[in-house]
Design a protein around this ligand. Structure first.
Ligand code: C2E
Ligand code: CA
Ligand code: CA
Ligand code: CA
Length: 275
């Protein structure tokens, strides 16, 4: 709030209220979109850098809006988080993705992104286990990607969520590592099986000797602590070679494939198993 000319409290500026109206609009549309089937889940492979085989597919949500066209998650996930719609949306995403994964070969796993609010919702862990059971997917085939922002307010709900699901066999990956409030204490405290090094360390203007040294250090940590290290955002063969050389065991990025619909994901798996 700020004080305006007449010394009154004023909570809105025109720009703020426009933004608010837009958010309200997206919120209402998003709730309807789930019902109207405008959302779908795409899958991007995470590849073993040693063998070149697909080990995991990461579920990434897409919104095909009848007027606005394809909307990227960065345009609506933040609104879904702020408004709480993410809980309903997240449950739907997990259920859909689990169904797709249940049709893949058993050694292929599924990665799903989780927002902090989803974890703090009551019954969150049970909801995920129920979705897995309904899809007929073993908990050990699910990996939940969380970011460091989850631990900013280190609360009881987060701890029991992670404990409950880990006990059931679900695995956790630390996403976008290096961009947030990176702290080794999270790696120490929680049972992460995987660290995903953010793509800003792999490609872009800031990549160089320093980012390479950071990737190497994280990869070495991974070897010592028996965690897999994923390099995100690999677009060129040079980048693939560099991160492999630096010690990353897994890679993800447009060099291998963009996120694709479930039938194409199944086709990629069938192809590599044929030849
Ligand atoms: P993220 O989890 O870091 O996902 C990776 C993003 O990087 C995806 O964007 C993916 O398409 C993009 N990407 C992959 N390879 C490359 C590459 O080689 N180059 C470049 N430039 N980009 C690449 P997307 O699908 O737009 O998702 C953006 C973010 O939205 C995700 O970041 C994640 O934080 C969030 N998100 C997506 N789906 C979900 C979901 O189902 N639930 C939640 N809670 N968040 C989601
Ligand atoms: Ca992710
Ligand atoms: Ca990421
Ligand atoms: Ca991200």
């Amino acid at each position: 709030a700020k004080v305006n000319g007449r010394n009154q409290l004023c909570f809105y500026t025109p720009a703020m209220s426009r933004d608010l109206v837009r958010r309200r609009e997206i919120e209402a549309e998003l709730r309807a979109a789930i019902i109207k089937n405008e959302l779908s889940i795409f899958f991007q492979p995470i590849v073993d850098l040693e063998t070149g085989k697909i080990r995991t597919f990461e579920a990434l949500v897409r919104w095909f809006h009848p007027q606005k066209g394809e909307l990227k998650p960065d345009e609506f996930i933040p609104v879904a988080e702020e408004t709480g719609v993410i809980v309903t949306l997240g449950n739907w995403i997990t259920a859909q993705a689990a169904k797709a994964c249940a049709a893949w070969p058993e050694d292929v796993t599924l990665a799903v992104n989780l927002s902090p609010m989803q974890i703090k919702a009551p019954g969150a862990a049970l909801g995920i286990l129920t979705a897995l059971r309904d899809a007929g997917l073993a908990p050990s085939r699910l990996e939940l990607e969380v970011t460091e922002s989850l631990f900013l307010d280190d609360n009881h709900a987060t701890n029991s969520f992670i404990e409950e699901l880990s006990a059931a066999g679900v695995r956790f990956a630390l996403d976008d590592f290096g961009t947030g409030y990176s702290s080794l204490s999270y790696i120490h405290k929680y049972p992460f099986k995987k660290i995903k090094v953010d793509r800003s360390f792999v490609s872009g203007p800031n990549v160089g000797r320093k980012s390479d040294a950071i990737i190497r250090a994280v990869a070495e940590l991974g070897t010592t602590l028996e965690m897999e290290i994923v390099a995100e955002g690999l677009e060129t063969v040079e980048q693939v070679k560099a991160v492999r050389e630096a010690g990353c065991t897994l890679g993800q990025g447009y060099y291998f494939s963009r996120a694709v619909p479930d039938y194409l994901a199944a086709m990629l798996l069938a192809q590599e198993r044929e030849g």
